[in-house]
Design a protein around this ligand. Structure first.
Ligand code: FES
Length: 152
């Protein structure tokens, strides 16, 4: 069981250290690409923390994810200049099209949606990034095309 194995390895690495939950969660995510729900009971038992406490920490930090990222990662700028140029309606379009929110995978599992805060393209807002490549002056139609090109 790779999840149990990764959780156990992280627990061994940081055992006996106070405040070790965060480094353990980082280590699990580093190894598995996410912190699957199945890891929580293993950590809960070993660290003597309730499952709710661990879920609380995972959901508090946007960095932690419970699903492995999909093949296409769409990052959408939520910073000021993009907001002023209609990023919110673009984001609403993406959420609706993909059937998911930020930090989640799309309903078909092909796209991961993440927020970013300024891509340095403010003069050409709104901006997004697809698999690490920036795209400026985005519109819903352009975004649909871009995702289609990626097979999503
Ligand atoms: Fe979006 Fe700078 S605010 S690219």
């Amino acid at each position: 069981d790779p999840v149990r194995f990764a959780a156990q390895r992280a627990l061994d690495t940081y055992s006996g250290q106070p405040g070790n939950l965060l480094p353990i969660l980082h280590a699990v995510q580093h190894e598995l690409g996410c912190i699957p729900d199945e890891a929580v009971p293993v950590l809960s038992q070993a660290l003597q923390l309730s499952r709710a406490e661990i879920h609380g920490v995972i959901s508090f930090y946007p960095h932690f994810r419970t699903q492995a990222p999909a093949g296409v990662v769409l990052e959408m700028c939520r910073a000021e200049s993009c907001q002023a140029m209609g990023a919110q309606s673009l984001i609403d379009h993406a959420r609706q099209k993909l059937g998911c929110d930020f930090h989640e995978n799309s309903a078909d599992g092909k796209v991961t949606l993440e927020p970013v805060y300024c891509l340095g393209l403010c003069a050409q807002s709104p901006a997004v990034m697809v698999n690490g490549k920036p795209h400026a002056r985005m519109t819903p139609a352009k975004l649909d095309r871009l995702l289609a090109e990626q097979g999503a």
